[in-house]
Design a protein around this ligand. Structure first.
Ligand code: BGC
Length: 818
């Protein structure tokens, strides 16, 4: 006889039921041996499956392009393939659930997690996320779409209240979650850290129980973000199934007591347990009795997929006949990102990649080193370069570096995240101190900059002298998920070749939200005028100069928003200097979002490559050399300047927030909707990207120019590759209401199709719009409303240029959709 989930719940004691509503540790739920119930294991995503290790080390994993890089592919089939590949990765880490995808909307250009999100547009985000989930779950791994809802910034991220009106939530921020539930059957949802209109997302009854479960019919598991639940009865009653991570903080014995006191009903507990068990059943976790193992599976098919996906997301923004590069050219490879592979952003999506290919390495394997010259020009890091040296670490079971050393280990670099039990389980990460010793051998003589940042207290001595002190006046800053201080930098004169002794002292302090101890020490010799001059020399001697600039995961990171969208350091100056020295200058950008480009008219080419995963340099070389089409189109508008962005305001309530709240005052006018409403010309519009070939869109035919409330409208057209190379284009269909009874965006993306064509090939494309594509949310009546009247259907290959248009008319009276 097979046991149903309800039989199992009946067989459990209250304590056992409650045990399934909290993690046991960081990444898993407890097993219930007595009933032969296995452990549900989760792993971060979204650009890979990191497994249960720390953010830094851990078993190696395949590193896929970050969210914005996938958003830029506009390729639904590709996202499904990636989802399926990630399922294999999750399995290799013994997990049943991937904490992905991230579908918050790119409201501001400075969000630290902008890189992790797909787009500023809800429909594009929803289409891609749904495909990713279908791919993932098709292979038996549950998705955990996140962060529901209103998590569009990293400022005061664990407490801020996102103040968003209901229509905006429904029309913009909810859409990816709604589609993921209704169209892709997402098995998991992670609530956001923040509050929504005053109430923590993790205890928001309306969000979780009314909308997600009630209206959309979600039948999976809702978990908190890590340490993002703050109450016992409130979260359980609101519909939050799982408090993460473990061990239990507000549940366990406290929840049993709350049930016994009548604050939570037994039926509610059963409902929460049923949700957990149903996902365990669907993913096989329920009967998974295998010992936990993690493997590094570096598969050739993943390598190939990542390389292809990287190129598919790269956006050719400008090309004055300079790309693709031609055989035999002498190429200057310049810039801080040339020899450093920028493959991912920072934060919980980080993983230990199988390998990382830098642009330099990608170019060397494509054209050989003899064709290349190199100069870094300047730096772009936010912190001093990580101290890479063998460190001996002595641990003390107190906060004063006193008494016996309880454990000794070595580290390969001066960067540590201490979570949970550490030092082989001998001490707890919230109460210890450590002394780390290393030798640093400078290659050159000079005044070095040494920086330390820590979640906890730290001091750094060089040859016995205190150089950087993040102990005495430690203050919370923007590192380590807002748990660390800003980097404290000191200077020290060092001689070439003469080893310097570095001693770092670290001690934990009382924690706040995340229970995390962390440390990072960097040291470096800043590049100066001579480095820019050397780069100019290299560029002047080449046929073409490639300048690899941008940011890295220190900037584009969970836990801190960007200070602005200018290229950091002296990179703008470097680009202009190189452009003066070589008229064939191509800028290859790697950032997790838009940047200002004061040199735009000075350079011949611009490619936006984002953070494309472990194959970064190969994918970049493929695009530069024309082995691959630059398949990407911008999923986010690039404004001329930061202040053009919808979330930029003189009023801090709009951004970054004030008195614990951030007001989404622009309402539904996010992204291109904002620029169009205010007549602001962007630097590059949403949906924009050039190809190495040309396309034409043929005549538009619409099946139904006058349609009834419940009818659909289907458009079709021929797309033709007019050029001599194979390539792809993205046809975008926007709906523009002409006489809306409420203020609506000038137009909204409602359908998209990426299409690859060989030279001269023509293909017929069909896109269907259902009633919802014309609707707005009527808050008073709590329905989607479609007003009668005229709608323009606008087709093009970016949001700024309408290539084809047709008017359709919705007949009859206003229609209400549920
Ligand atoms: C992030 C989540 C992530 C979780 C577990 C949090 O800091 O916001 O996206 O899944 O950590 O690492």
């Amino acid at each position: 006889m097979t046991r149903t989930i309800d039989d199992l719940i009946d067989a459990m004691t209250l304590k056992e039921q409650v045990s399934l509503l909290s993690g046991e540790d960081f990444w898993s739920l407890p097993a219930i041996e007595r009933l032969d119930i296995g452990k549900l294991r989760v792993t971060d995503g979204p650009n890979g499956a990191r497994g249960g290790g720390s953010l830094l080390g851990g078993v190696k994993s395949a590193c896929f392009p970050v969210g914005i890089g996938l958003g830029a592919t506009w390729n639904v089939e590709l996202l499904e393939e990636i989802g399926a590949a990630l399922a294999h990765e999750a399995k290799s880490k013994g997990a049943h659930m991937l904490l992905a995808p991230t579908v918050n909307i790119q409201r501001s250009v400075t969000n630290g997690r902008n890189f992790e999100c797909y787009s500023e547009d809800p429909v594009l985000t929803a289409e891609l996320a749904s495909a990713y989930i279908v791919g993932l779950q098709g292979q038996g791994i549950a998705a955990t779409i996140k962060h529901f809802a209103g998590n569009e910034s990293e400022i005061e991220r664990t407490t801020i209240s996102s103040i968003i009106d209901e229509r905006t939530l429904r029309e913009v921020y909810f859409v990816p979650f709604e589609w993921a539930v209704k169209k892709a059957g997402a098995m998991g949802v992670m609530t956001a850290y923040n509050r929504v209109n005053g109430i923590y997302a993790s205890e928001h009854n309306w969000l979780i129980s009314d909308v997600l479960r009630g209206e959309w019919g979600f039948d999976g598991l809702v978990m908190s973000d890590w340490f993002g639940s703050h109450s016992t009865a409130e979260t359980v009653n609101a519909g939050l199934d799982l408090e993460m991570p473990g061990p239990p903080r507000d549940r366990g014995a406290k929840l049993v007591a709350a049930v016994e006191a009548g604050e939570v009903s037994r039926e509610t507990i059963r409902a929460r347990v049923r949700a957990v068990l149903s996902v365990m059943e669907r993913t096989g976790a329920l009967h998974d009795r295998r010992a936990h193992e993690e493997h590094a599976n570096d598969r050739p098919e993943h390598r190939a997929l990542i390389r292809r996906a990287g190129a598919e997301g790269m956006v050719l923004l400008k090309n004055d006949n300079v790309l693709p590069l031609t055989a035999g050219q002498r190429i200057a490879v310049i810039g801080p990102n040339a020899k450093t592979a920028q493959i991912m952003g920072g934060g919980s999506s980080q993983l230990n990649p199988h390998y990382r290919v830098s642009p330099w390495e990608g170019l060397v394997s494509a054209v050989g080193e003899d064709a290349l010259g190199y100069a870094p020009g300047c730096g772009n890091s936010r912190f001093q370069p990580l101290l890479q040296a063998k460190l001996q670490v002595e641990y003390f079971a107190n906060r004063t570096l006193s008494g016996n050393v309880v454990h000794v280990e070595t580290m390969e670099a001066a960067e540590a995240f201490w979570l949970d039990r550490i030092a082989q389980g001998k001490i707890s990460s919230d109460r210890f101190s450590a002394r780390l010793k290393a030798q640093f051998v400078p290659e050159e003589a000079g005044i070095y900059r040494l920086g330390v940042a820590s979640a906890g207290l730290s001091k750094v001595y060089v040859n016995g002298t205190l150089v950087a002190d993040a102990w005495t006046n430690w203050t919370r800053g923007r590192t380590f998920f807002e748990e660390g201080c800003d980097e404290v930098v000191g200077e020290v004169a060092l001689d070439a070749g003469k080893p310097a002794e570095i001693i770092i002292e670290f001690a934990t302090k009382d924690h706040s939200a995340l229970g995390l101890a962390a440390l990072r020490v960097g040291i470096g010799l800043p590049l100066g005028d001579a480095a820019i001059a050397a780069a100019v020399g290299t560029a002047a001697n080449a046929d073409v100069a490639l300048v690899f600039v941008g940011r890295n995961g220190e900037w584009d990171t969970e836990g801190s928003d960007l200070p602005g969208i200018e290229l950091p350091g002296r990179q703008n100056e470097l680009v202009s200097a190189i452009a003066r020295a070589n008229r064939n200058t191509v800028v290859v950008l790697q950032t997790g979002g838009p940047i200002e480009m004061p040199w735009i008219d000075e350079v011949a080419g611009i490619v936006q490559a984002w953070y494309p995963g472990q194959e970064a340099g190969n994918a970049i070389a493929d695009v530069l050399l024309g082995k691959a089409e630059p398949g990407g189109r911008l999923p986010q508008t690039f404004p001329v300047r930061w202040s053009d962005n919808p979330a930029y305001s003189q009023d801090p309530r709009v951004y970054p927030g004030m008195d614990g709240g951030v007001e989404y005052r622009e309402g539904v006018f996010v992204g291109y909707r904002h620029y169009e409403r205010h007549g602001i010309s962007p630097l590059f519009p949403f949906g924009f990207g050039l190809s190495y070939t040309d396309f034409s869109l043929g005549e538009l035919s619409v099946d139904n120019t006058r349609f009834e409330a419940d009818g659909t409208v289907t458009v079709s057209l021929d797309v033709r590759n007019m050029g001599a190379r194979a390539g792809s284009t993205v046809v975008q269909l926007y709906v523009a209401p002409e006489n809306a009874p409420v203020a609506r965006p000038e137009k909204e993306l409602k359908a998209l199709a990426k299409i690859g064509l060989t030279p001269g090939e023509t293909r017929r494309l069909t896109m269907t719009l259902d009633a919802r594509a014309f609707a707005y949310f009527d808050v008073e009546n709590q329905v989607w409303a479609v007003a009668p009247g005229l709608y323009r259907l606008q087709l093009g290959t970016d949001s700024a240029t309408t290539m084809l248009a047709e008017k359709v008319e919705r007949m009859g009276r206003i229609a209400m959709l549920r």
